[in-house]
Design a protein around this ligand. Structure first.
Ligand SMILES: [Fe+2]
Length: 294
């Protein structure tokens, strides 16, 4: 997409050139030494943490992209790797986009990445996604052809769900949450992480795989789409896929009759286990607080 420069904009996070709705130019020259140091610290910590925890597809892609460990990477350099591997490209954005805009980017093989990075005092907790989450967590798997196509299909499905209305978007958002953000995958050596919300969090990288508290259940698409989730704590349930092919195949179907079916069914609480679930680990529920599911 050829973007048209419109104007400069002073935002809470700095001064950036604006190209189109929500799309900016990565203001690489304006990152401070503190910004680069935050990237370096988070990168080093997660790179170490994810050995033996992240899936091989992710670790291989991270290495292949040659993200710089000690400076915030330049999106245009990463885009060269992505273009050759899967035809995707990153676009810098100010933060969360309206749903339809976000789906439109994915459908066009563009992944929106927040341009700013968290402050040093926010290393472990952020209420909104920043560059580290978006870039380190989401982008490497876009080098994987099957996962990248899943993301594109998700964008196309999102655009369609906007037209359908009702609870379709909510059901679709849960699929994203429990796969792209918080998914686990089976490997020969045991469970591994592929969800970006886990990959970019030191605490949840351990918790998702090693804590006895959460449930770990085999992925079933309609079950996942009925399941509420937590935005204020680690997840109560993680869903496990066998492969990215399985994920892509599951989303091949026309979702319209699925949304109609789901509209007749009640939602499932984030921590509940159903009789039909294939349970790998039943959580001890330790540390689950009383606040509500989303
Ligand atoms: Fe995310």
């Amino acid at each position: 997409m050829a973007a048209q420069r419109l104007e400069h904009q002073v935002t809470e996070k700095g001064f950036v050139p604006i190209y189109a709705t929500g799309v900016v130019e990565q203001p690489w020259g304006s990152y401070t030494e503190t910004d680069h140091a935050v990237w370096a610290q988070l990168y080093a910590r997660q790179h170490e943490m994810l050995k033996g925890r992240a899936c091989d597809e992710y670790l291989d892609a991270l290495a292949a992209m040659e993200m710089s460990p000690d400076r915030i990477p330049r999106f245009d350099e990463l885009n060269e790797h992505l273009r050759r591997a899967t035809g995707w490209r990153l676009v810098a954005v100010e933060g969360l986009l309206p749903e339809e805009t976000f789906f439109g980017h994915l459908a066009a093989r563009e992944f929106p990445v927040t341009w700013w990075i968290r402050a040093p005092e926010q290393l472990d907790y952020l209420s909104e996604p920043d560059l580290f989450h978006d870039l380190f967590g989401h982008v490497p798997l876009l080098m994987n052809p099957v996962f990248a196509e899943y993301m594109r299909a998700y964008g196309l499905g999102g655009l369609k769900a906007v037209g359908i209305g009702g609870a379709a978007l909510q059901h679709l958002a849960r699929l994203y949450w429990y796969t792209v953000e918080f998914g686990l995958i089976r490997s020969r050596d045991g469970l591994r992480i592929y969800g970006s919300g886990i990959l970019s969090s030191s605490g949840e990288s351990r918790y998702a795989l090693e804590s006895p508290a959460p449930n770990r259940i085999d992925f079933h698409m309609e079950r996942v789409m009925r399941t509420r989730y937590r935005i204020d704590s680690y997840q109560r349930t993680y869903f496990i896929i066998d492969s990215f092919e399985q994920l892509f195949e599951a989303t091949r179907a026309d979702f319209t009759p699925i949304y109609a079916r789901l509209a007749e069914q009640i939602d499932i609480a984030a921590g509940d286990i159903l009789p039909d679930d294939i349970v790998v680990t039943e959580g001890t529920r330790e540390g689950w607080n009383d606040s509500a599911d989303t």
